[in-house]
Design a protein around this ligand. Structure first.
Ligand code: NI
Ligand code: MN
Length: 226
């Protein structure tokens, strides 16, 4: 499984020959817009954790370019189906075996209205099992006890957690989340994009290190292989 960071919570996944884009917010992200060309992105699926603009801004453009299927909660899926896009609706606790692996939509504590105020359902995260590697994409969320449910079903290889604080967990709560999901390897996301979520990278990495954990912070466009 290859994972590429596009800024904020935007990720590209390559799993079993399929391309998956998660929460595309690139053309409106001052850190990403000059580094990533959304017209060059390949996608068989677009996974959306919730309806906030910093997660869905480029979903329509990428879906239009690629014909990708948009996977999200029921309300978000219907929002895009009404606009003519291919969708796969899910809801919390549900699994679906896609052609690249199993996806479960899991709880997040956050909000989820579209930019125009329309209903974006309840926010979530994704547990993805594919190519014998398992990852958790928390999406925007507070630290929540529900995270403890994830390792009861899935042994994670990587937890992708928000660390920017203010709108989501910060570093200290993300360290506890890493314990809750029983995964010491963490990719930090949702930081630095706006003033409210700027973090000290060295301090964040040191706190994880001191807790016996590994925090990765990728450059925009940088990839890791699991
Ligand atoms: Ni949000
Ligand atoms: Mn967000």
């Amino acid at each position: 499984m290859k994972i590429t960071f596009y800024g904020q919570n935007s990720l590209g996944l390559e799993v079993s020959g399929k391309n998956i884009i998660v929460d595309p917010f690139i053309s409106g992200n001052p850190l990403s817009k000059d580094k990533v060309d959304i017209d060059m992105l390949q996608a068989d699926y677009i996974l959306l954790t919730h309806a906030h603009q910093d997660h869905v801004l480029d979903a329509e453009a990428i879906a239009r370019n690629t014909g990708a299927t948009i996977v999200s909660n029921y309300e978000i899926a219907m929002h895009y189906q009404e606009k003519g896009f291919n969708v796969h609706p899910m809801n919390h606790g549900g699994n679906w075996k896609f052609d690249f692996g199993n996806v479960k939509y899991v709880n997040a504590i956050h909000t989820s209205a579209f930019a125009d105020g329309s209903n974006g359902g309840d926010p979530g995260g994704f547990v993805i099992e594919g190519e014998h590697k398992n990852i958790y994409i928390a999406g925007d969320t507070a630290l929540t006890m529900d995270m403890k449910l994830i390792p009861m079903r899935t042994k994670l290889d990587l937890a992708i957690l928000p660390i920017g604080d203010n709108f989501t967990m910060g570093v200290d709560d993300a360290i506890i989340a890493s314990d809750f999901v029983d995964c010491d390897k963490v990719l930090g996301v949702h930081y630095d994009t706006f003033g409210f979520i700027e973090i000290d990278h060295d301090e964040a990495k040191r706190k994880f290190y001191d807790a016996g954990k590994d925090l990765m912070l990728l450059e925009i466009g940088e990839s890791i292989e699991l």
